[in-house]
Write a protein that binds this ligand. Structure first.
Ligand code: ATP
Length: 831
């Protein structure tokens, strides 16, 4: 890999860890410090009598003082813990009590202690880095597997795609249909297809190319007169779980369809094929207008698709030939199963190809004679198998593994042992380096910082700067970390005193928030001198423009911070406005390097070019997401590195990964932090402590910062409660040391102000407008049904017994009640 490896530079230190610094009675209110000193003095007086074997006065005083502080800290943590436990048990007074408690002083504790690094070892699967398994092959060509020569030439020029990958080589001939007769494995008629290929292996082109190819092949048909082509309605629907993925697919589709008729005219050859998109967050009215005019290939998210199928009369699907379910497992996880079932039911009822379109002519013989459903997935979970069972008819299964032949039937059915099934479910690119680090909660933030700093500390100036994605468990956490790395270290005023933020010392007048507009940073001195020489009116106008520019600058998509100088920092999660989400996505795609803080909204299907490293700072709430997250790197045969953060109490998670055949290799916190040590020194604790302190100062700087940090803390704790029951022995709230978790959010102690749920907009789908666990982005409308209707539907779907999952990828504090509420009720009942 190019320079900037997170771990490439982690040479083991020459000795063991640097010597520990003695803890000193610092931090906290002066009263606490004075008390500690008093208590120390008393202890020294007692200890000084038989002085022979006692340790030196200074070390004893320091140890006693730190003991006193630790006791105070533990008491504070115990109080916070109790309040939290009460809250979890549903005690309504707990929140109030906790709030009252919060006004008390905060104790600043050290992040290092002698008992650090006592971490249990588990046996992990280690595998040497293999040869790229998802790279294009050099043994075949796209024309060789049956694609139109012009389309191939166009694709080579526009997408720089020249040779097919394994999955493309195996699946494209099948999807091109029986008329093409390329290869021996081609079924005599078009059949439904299951495509399983690891992340970054080119699945999008695998299904798009045959569809486009078969459409352009039919264009010369005399019976399909040009005028009626667009009005034939929708011929292909591609369903995806997220808006970004839908936009990405549309972009590839538009590129393929921009093929010129001839190099001289510059006219598009396939101008009659109209692509379109329907996704949550976009204006329904304009989508309706587009559907009315005719959209031949439609990309969409399930909620909005169902909405249009039910409410847009002009949405014609009777000629539908292709239905693609992309990222099928994710489609189910986000709770779309109800929408999916409803969509399939509507399509089954409306699609009447044979009678209405192909009668009396053979013009569309190159198209499937009945709807062909293609299901794509990188993982093959039980749910996907069940979906395949209910939505596909006699499918064939095509795997990206060279050694796996094309077979009939749903994969997995024939596999007997659990191990065989697991081996088929999960696979990651062979060339991907997968690491893990076990970090105590209080060291997480500095370890992440050291890791990022290390990645961007390029020794060789010519080396390519890295591009990283940091996965977090909640939207609030993304906002917090993005804000922290972008702004910490830039504060200009003095740190408020320890109890200042909640006490009287905090002086709001000192707050420079809002003053930023007065004299924008970027207004150069020269500009200001100019301003003096102009009239009042002109000056006013100039100031207005400057303010507008300042606002624009503040709202820019990427920010640069003091902690990681010159590194653009992005954020992406489902609570951002759609425009910002889209712009950020495209901006990060374009950026040559940078860091993207994201929820799992960026985990699936997104093709983020040149991502070199993945950091899973919070483990995924579902094992499948591990595969998808790490799959944002090591794409198309390129190198990649992924690091998973675990708490010591989560070490058993590695056993789960190993059981799935996922290889991991350890890198230690010490090795990572050691990079912070100054040249020729092994003291990494002081620089790490300085970083932690600067983050804590940033939080104390303004009430807003503090509120964001607390919100992120709670979102973390609450998202922790949503790991599936099979992982509860690993991820259990009771295992969390809340005081240490607080440190990872640069809080000096665990906040005890339980946040109140945010008020949600009441939408068509009930109280919250969307079901718990459902990505609010894409679930735009939940259709109300009568009890009778629902029961009837339940009876009518015997095969799909899809588990609803509390997906926390888009978790925000406000969602807590809906997710944890039922848990609390259960707990109460059992009491
Ligand atoms: N044969 C090829 N040669 C070179 N590049 C390719 C080839 N096929 C696809 N690509 C490019 O590879 C990238 C990844 O493709 P794509 O997003 O389809 O992967 P995927 O298998 O769907 O991954 P994921 O499972 O993560 O969604 C895209 O930028 C695409 O243009």
């Amino acid at each position: 890999m190019d320079g900037g490896g997170l771990v490439l530079n982690f040479a083991a230190p020459s000795g063991d860890a640097a010597p520990m610094r003695m803890a000193k009675p610092k931090g906290g209110r002066w009263k606490d410090r004075a008390k500690a000193v008093k208590s120390v003095k008393r202890k020294i007086a007692v200890a000084s009598r038989p002085a022979s074997s006692a340790p030196s006065a200074s070390s004893s005083s320091s140890a006693a003082a730190s003991e006193a502080i630790v006791t105070a800290r533990e008491q504070a943590q115990a109080r916070a813990h109790n309040a939290f436990e009460d809250f979890m048990a549903g005690d309504p007074s707990a929140s109030k009590e906790a709030k009252l408690m919060h006004g008390k002083s905060q104790v600043q504790s050290s992040i290092f202690s002698p008992e650090d690094n006592k971490i249990e070892k588990v046996k992990t699967l280690q595998r040497p880095i293999g040869k790229p398994s998802n790279a294009p092959l050099n043994t075949s060509t796209f024309t060789g597997i049956g694609l139109d020569a012009d389309l191939v030439k166009h694709m080579e020029g526009k997408l720089r795609v020249t040779m097919p990958t394994v999955i493309q080589q195996k699946a494209i001939p099948v999807l091109l249909g029986p008329t093409r007769k390329v290869g021996d494995d081609i079924p005599k008629t078009d059949t439904d297809v299951i495509i399983q290929a690891e992340t970054g292996s080119g699945k999008t082109l695998t299904y798009l190319l045959p569809i486009v190819n078969r459409l352009i092949e039919s264009e010369s048909s005399p019976a399909l007169d040009l005028e009626s082509k667009r009005s034939i309605g929708t011929l292909a629907i591609i369903m995806t779980p997220t808006r970004e993925l839908a936009k990405q697919i549309l972009q590839v589709l538009e590129t393929l369809l921009s093929m010129p008729a001839s190099s001289t005219t510059g006219k598009k050859r396939s101008h009659w094929i109209v692509p379109g998109i329907v996704i949550g967050g976009d204006k329904k009215k304009s989508e309706k207008a587009r559907l009315r005019k005719g959209v031949n290939i439609l990309v969409g998210t399930p909620g909005r698709l169902l909405d249009h199928l039910q409410n847009t009369k002009a949405f014609e699907v009777q000629s539908l030939r292709w239905l693609v379910l992309d990222e099928a497992d994710r489609l189910l996880e986000l709770g779309f199963e109800e929408s999916m079932t409803a969509i399939l039911k509507i399509l089954d009822a409306r699609v009447k190809i044979a009678a209405s379109v192909t009668s009396g002519n053979d013009t569309t013989k190159v198209w499937p004679q009945k709807r062909q459903t293609v299901l794509c997935s990188a993982t093959l979970s039980d749910e996907v198998q069940r979906l395949a069972g209910s939505s596909l008819v006699d499918p064939i299964y095509i795997s990206a593994k060279k050694e796996v032949a094309i077979t009939k039937g749903i994969p997995g059915e024939e596999l007997v042992t659990k191990e065989e099934k697991q081996a088929q479910q999960f696979s990651t690119p062979e060339q991907l380096k997968q690491l893990y680090v076990v970090a105590q909660a209080k060291l997480r933030l500095v370890t992440l910082t050291a890791m990022l700093k290390n990645a961007f500390a390029l020794k060789d100036k010519k080396a390519k700067a890295p591009k990283l994605v940091v996965f977090l468990s909640s939207c609030d956490s993304v906002d917090f970390h993005h804000g922290l790395f972008a702004n910490a270290g830039k504060e200009t005023k003095k740190e408020p005193s320890q109890d200042g933020f909640f006490g009287q010392n905090y002086n709001e007048d000192e707050d420079d928030e809002g003053k930023a507009d007065e004299i924008p940073d970027f207004v150069s001195a020269a500009n200001r001198i100019d301003a003096k020489s102009i009239t009042d009116e002109m000056y006013k106008a100039k100031r207005e423009t400057e303010r507008a520019n300042a606002r624009k600058a503040r709202a820019q998509l990427s920010l640069m911070g003091a902690i990681l100088p010159d590194v653009p920092l992005f954020r992406l999660h489902g609570n951002l406005a759609q425009g910002l989400r889209t712009d950020t996505y495209f901006e990060f795609c374009k950026a040559p390097s940078g860091v993207l803080f994201a929820t799992d909204v960026a985990a699936r299907g997104l093709d983020l070019p040149d991502v070199s490293h993945i950091i899973q700072y919070d483990p995924p709430s579902d094992l499948k997401d591990y595969v998808h997250r790490v799959g944002r790197t090591a794409r198309l045969g390129r190198d990649g590195e992924a690091v998973l953060f675990l708490l010591p109490s989560e070490i058993k998670y590695l056993e789960l990964l190993t059981a799935q055949g996922l290889p991991t290799q350890e890198v230690t916190v010490t090795n990572i932090l050691m990079k912070l040590a100054p040249p020729k020194s092994t003291d990494y604790q002081q620089p790490a402590t300085d970083i932690q302190n600067s983050f804590e100062r940033y939080n104390l700087h303004t009430p807003e910062n503090m509120a964001i940090a607390r919100g992120a803390f709670w979102a973390f704790v609450k998202s922790y409660a949503t790991h599936p029951s099979a992982e509860k022995h690993i991820f259990h709230i009771k295992n969390l040391h809340l005081g240490h978790i607080a440190k990872s959010f640069a809080l000096r102690e665990a906040p005890s102000d339980i946040p109140q749920p945010k008020k949600k907009k009441v939408g068509a789908g009930g109280k919250n407008g969307h079901r718990p666990g459902v990505d609010p982005d894409d679930e735009t409308r939940v259709v109300r049904k009568s009890q009778k209707e629902r029961e009837k539907e339940e009876r009518a779907k015997p095969k799909i017994v899809l588990k609803r999952k509390n997906d926390m990828s888009e978790f925000a504090v406000g969602d807590y009640k809906s997710l944890v509420g039922p848990m609390l009720k259960r707990k109460k009942k059992t009491k």
